[in-house]
Design a binder for this molecule. Structure first.
Ligand code: GLP
Length: 268
């Protein structure tokens, strides 16, 4: 696990963008795993800016999002498809027929839909780089505490805390979904690289549980301790409960030297 602590959220986004951009330049047909939520919005802005400057093309990229609300219309402004269009897809040259979300429409069987999503990821060659945010309760995607650490794409019932945390995004007249389809923790763990972004004080406890353990289904993100290439990008507030800041900074300096010589990625 590589923990990198930045001064602020903007630097976290810029760093995440460098990872994504470097990978796409190295492997133009990258398969990206994408996340929604407030945290990655500034990453997507960086990527859109890079694209507009002519430095980055998504023409051959495929993407798989982590999650989508159950039985929501694609065109609903609250759908994660709408979110992705608003923040990324509509502003870059990605072929939107190569962008996938784990949808389950009314009348569709969520179990069959979950299996089909897994199959689609497999057919694409697997996810090269998965972007993650983290819930205040340690969830990744919508894998709430107690989710199986080897779970695959499936339907999940959201916890009270997640519903409350996300209620800020819904107006009084909008119905807030309480169920969602999500990649499983096993699905996320199959990604070649994982880039988890966390910013703000309200993530500090979840970050502590993720990095310092114990590994537990009560903090789904703690499973990343078992991932070969997990990079945790934090601002100071999200890192505020972690000890060993100096060690992480020292490690980062050493890694920068290695990266300058050998590149950020070692297995593509
Ligand atoms: C949401 C999403 C997660 C996201 C998390 C944190 O419910 N399903 O993928 O990482 O909550 O979101 P935010 O970045 O807005 O804090």
């Amino acid at each position: 696990m590589q923990v990198i602590i930045y001064d602020d959220a903007q630097q976290v986004a810029q760093s995440a963008a460098v990872w994504v951009k470097t990978l796409i330049q190295q492997k133009p047909d990258t398969v990206l795993g994408l996340a929604t939520g407030s945290t990655p919005i500034s990453l997507y802005k960086e990527l859109v800016d890079e694209h507009k400057k002519g430095n980055l093309s998504f023409a051959n990229v495929k993407s798989f999002n982590l999650d989508e609300y159950h039985q929501i219309e694609e065109t609903n402004p609250q759908s994660y498809r709408s979110f992705m269009k608003q923040h990324l897809f509509d502003h870059v040259d990605i072929d939107q027929s190569n962008t996938y979300l784990p949808t389950c429409a009314i009348g569709e069987n969520p179990r069959a839909q979950g299996l089909a999503y897994e199959e689609k990821i497999k057919q694409a060659g697997g996810i090269d780089l998965q972007i993650l945010g983290i819930g205040a309760n340690g969830h990744i995607g919508f894998n709430e505490p107690t989710s199986s650490l080897v779970s695959r794409t499936r339907i999940k019932t959201l916890t009270e805390q997640t519903i409350t945390d996300n209620s800020r995004l819904f107006s009084a007249d909008e119905e807030q979904p309480t169920m969602a389809m999500t990649m499983g923790i096993g699905t996320i763990m199959d990604s070649r690289y994982v880039l988890l972004m966390a910013t703000g004080k309200n993530k500090a406890k979840a970050v502590l549980d993720t990095v310092a353990g114990p590994l537990s289904a009560m903090c789904p993100a703690s499973v990343l301790q078992m991932h070969e290439n997990a990079v945790i990008l934090l601002d100071k507030e999200a890192a505020s409960e972690l000890a060993d800041h100096e060690y992480f900074q020292w490690t980062d300096e050493q890694n920068k030297k290695l990266n300058a010589e050998f590149g950020l990625f070692h297995n593509f």
